[in-house]
Ligand binder design. Sequence first.
Ligand code: FAD
Ligand code: DLZ
Ligand code: SF4
Length: 515
Amino acid sequence: MNSTYTSVKLILGDQLNRFHPWFEKVDSEVLFVMMEVRSETDYVKHHIQKVVAIFDSMRKFAGELKSNGHHVHYILINDSENKPTITENLKSVCSKYAVEELHYQLPDEYRVDQELMQLENNLKIPVHSSDTYHFLTSREEFGEFFKGKKSFLMENFYRHMRVKHQILLEAGNKPLGGKWNFDQENRKKVPKNHLIQTVGLLTKNVSDIVDEIKNSGIETIGEIAPTKFTWTTTRKEALELLENFVTDALLLFGTLQDAMTEHHWYLYHSRLSFALNVKLISPLEVIKRVEKAYFEHPELYELNQIEGFIRQILGWREYMRGIYWSQMPAYSELNFFENERALPSWFWTGKTKMNCMKHTISQSLEHAYAHHIQRLMVTGNFALLAGIHPDEVDNWYLGIYIDAFEWVEITNTRGMSQFADGGIVGSKPYVSSAAYINKMSDYCGNCQYSLDKKIGENACPFNSLYWNFFDEHTDKLRSNPRLGMMLNVWNKMPANDKAAIISQANLYLENIETL
Ligand code: FAD
Ligand code: DLZ
Ligand code: SF4
């Protein structure tokens, strides 16, 4: 280490992109700074596995930079010099090394963006920002694409991205297979007697980091088995996970992507979201690898598996980021249905009689993971039907999932799942009764509630809450063309039946803690 440095370059915990131009050459006048910092560990109560995964990834990334000859100043969570915020830590590092200028990569979260924009003021040295060279769309490009259009639409954006990056196309920029989207084929339940053969789990020992986190006093949620940690925290592990996914799980990814079962917590999903979000692996390399599998082995892979997977990353992931930067900060205040109820306390324990909720919450606490349909159509569905305040819902999702960073959490939760944005992200609220959950899962068979009953003893809460939702929000839903049919069904129901359903829903809402 030198006693002085010309410049400091800040690397945040989700900026672990080894191919960033910053790392092309070793420069002994540059000091890279990484920090485990209370403002980031404490802005929400995170799952213990998420904090472990971030710290482990950061430490290994710093180790790799050092072994390549870069100068790195790494602040550990329990270091005596550690200050509570990014700004304060930078202030003390810059003064210790008489630093003349500071560089940072544009952060993914609005909160941190605001803090970093004040650095020049606070540090009194020139401050420069640069791209992270990770996403496929810049913050501004998304706004330009939708300029002058009446509403956002993922499908249009996705087609644009397919052409822009030349993914799954044939001559004349036509979609391979004649269709842009094969979603219709991706709605199957796990067949009876199907043996789930998917990617195995890597496990490693993270006991030391767990102890350090415990000693630091950081409050966390969820469980951890410190000697059997399953998340990828290096680029090498992420690449291995991608390879194993392509070989073992991609074959059925699309077909069973919406399916849910008590017997497996990730099925044919990739579990790549953490590695992607902290930038150990890039979206384009994942997309290209999956496309290559198809081109090399069209006899093995069906197009619906490949297109379904690529759409999540090339379409949804970039789209959510675009919405985030075009709508923040107002987005975080939106509450279209004016919901006010508190989240029931069993969201933090999984202790509920509703088997679908018990299962999804318990696995989230155990693994910091649930797949998309569990998040959307079980916990998210319930929260919306029960009228939970979107702040409470966001807080839960932002804390509990391994991959939760506000830019992708809030757009999925407040937007897609809670429709609190009134239709910016999606064109309809995702609500369902027990029928959908039963169609896509094996949860209902083992439930104390009866999936066929709307009212009476043991009637499934999703059923009465579903119709109650239409009743309560008729005015707001009337103009939505995608919900007209269900509103008509509700409106045509005999008055006595409607009254019984509403009173059942109210009974459940009054006793929400005991459901
Ligand atoms: P796979 O099913 O294997 O999909 C592959 C990749 O596609 C994912 O790794 C992810 O990068 C991307 N992807 C898939 N769906 C989406 C989506 N809707 N938006 C953005 N990217 C997507 N994803 C997060 O990364 N962070 C979050 O905080 C987050 N919160 C969510 C909250 C709710 C209410 C819902 C409904 C979805 C949320 N998602 C979030 C999206 C999705 O559920 C996760 O990306 C996915 O479950 C991660 O698991 P996987 O890597 O196995 O994904
Ligand atoms: C999520 C997170 C956590 C829990 N801890 C840290 C940390 O100690 N240091 C750090 O640099 N980053 C952490 N992160 C990720 C940041 O919250 C993330 O970089 C910002 O939110 C910007 O997206
Ligand atoms: Fe969930 Fe209702 Fe099915 Fe029970 S019956 S698992 S509460 S949908």
